[in-house]
Ligand binder design. Structure first.
Ligand code: BYC
Length: 327
């Protein structure tokens, strides 16, 4: 961790025993809707789960910059290039906010980065697929950002202060990304037959990863119950998937595009969308390192770490120089 006003919370609370009374009063704070802040006591498992989730989220943002980033040099036109560059830069900025939020829980940025590049930490399934055409970048900007907003808007009302505040800021920027992505998709869907075909093929490619994006179905989700009790997660995976389908399938169909699931329809009685259960075996393979682009994505991050080491060292040395006279 850079900076010198940092107290490791693991050390600060190491001698506090997790009694049933302490756990009950913590849960009561959550139930009352209070925010938990870094200096507050929290159960070890709450801390661990938050680190896992925020860290994965941060990794998803920097890895997520890569598929769209490959289109910066090939964007069709100067305005779209500028907009895409700004979007990709925003995503990296989101990672910074999230790494800072995770650091407040006691895991250093170096450790998080190390766990990413050694493959120990997960990141979102969806960024392990290639963005083959410009239309893929348009679909990502519209629908992956839309899915992210559904998730982040819900969780920004959660219990851990630093994560919620980071999510609120991120959502403002994601809303702009979504409009940028929608504009690109509309342009292609209302363009020439070649453009329509390109965006339809991209939609077909991204549909399964998008369905996976919200996490495994509630029946097989591991952490949802605990995380919802602690208000880290404010909606279950299936609830978020349903909200996404409800908001975006009609918009996709309105553009005359189709989706590669013949079962997809809204049941007007239950108000729920019916769909073919996505292939959860593919999901498991992808999140455990065996997707089409996992190796490539991590190789880029490893190279960035290697090439950027001199900057980190310069900052560290500079900090030492700066701190020493006042020590
Ligand atoms: N991908 O018990 P479950 C963006 C794992 S980037 C990978 O349901 P949980 C953007 C899960 O970790 C924003 N892994 O988990 C950037 C667990 O494994 P472990 C991306 C997944 O945590 C650039 C296991 O499966 N958003 O917007 O209760 C350009 C069991 O799952 C996934 C986030 O990162 C997945 N999709 O709920 C454009 C949101 N789903 O850890 C856009 C933050 C599940 O036990 N994360 N797993 O080994 C979350 O909200 C939650 O972690 C999830 C999963 C809803 C994703």
């Amino acid at each position: 961790m850079y900076g010198n006003a940092y107290i490791d919370p693991n050390e600060k609370f190491a001698s506090v025993e997790e009694t049933p009374e302490l756990l009950a009063s913590f849960q009561a704070r959550i139930d009352r809707g209070e925010k938990i802040e870094p200096q507050d006591w929290m159960p070890a498992m709450y801390r661990k789960q938050l680190i896992r989730m925020i860290e994965q989220h941060a990794h998803s943002e920097i890895i997520g910059a890569l598929p769209e980033g490959t289109w910066i040099t090939r964007a069709p036109g100067f305005r779209r290039k500028l907009a895409l560059m700004a979007k990709v830069q925003d995503e990296v900025g989101h990672a910074q906010l999230l790494y800072s939020a995770a650091e407040t829980l006691g895991k250093s940025r170096e450790d998080m980065m190390n766990d990413l590049i050694t493959g120990k930490s997960k990141y979102s399934n969806i960024f392990n697929y290639p963005a083959k055409t410009w239309a893929d970048s348009a679909v990502i900007a519209w629908l992956v950002d839309a899915g992210a907003i559904v998730n982040q808007l819900a969780n920004s009302k959660g219990s851990y202060g630093p994560y919620c505040r980071a999510l609120e800021r991120i959502c403002y920027e994601e809303s702009f990304h979504l409009k940028y992505g929608h504009d690109n998709v509309v342009h292609l869907a209302t363009g020439t037959s070649k453009q329509r075909q390109m965006v339809q093929e991209a939609m077909n490619r991204w549909w399964t990863p998008l369905m996976h994006f919200f996490g495994p179905s509630d029946k097989i989700s591991v952490h949802t119950e605990t995380l919802m009790r602690w208000k880290v997660k404010m909606a279950s995976n299936d609830a978020m998937r349903q909200q996404f389908l409800d908001m975006y399938v009609p918009k996709i169909w309105d553009l005359g595009l189709t989706l590669p699931d013949p079962k997809l329809k809204k049941n007007e009685e239950t108000g729920l969308w019916e769909y073919t259960e996505p292939d959860w075996e593919e999901f498991k393979r992808v999140i455990n390192g065996d997707g089409p682009c996992n190796a490539e994505r991590l190789a880029v991050r490893r190279m960035a770490e290697e090439n950027g080491k001199w900057v980190a060292n310069a900052i560290k040395n500079d900090e030492e120089k700066y701190v020493t006279p006042f020590a």
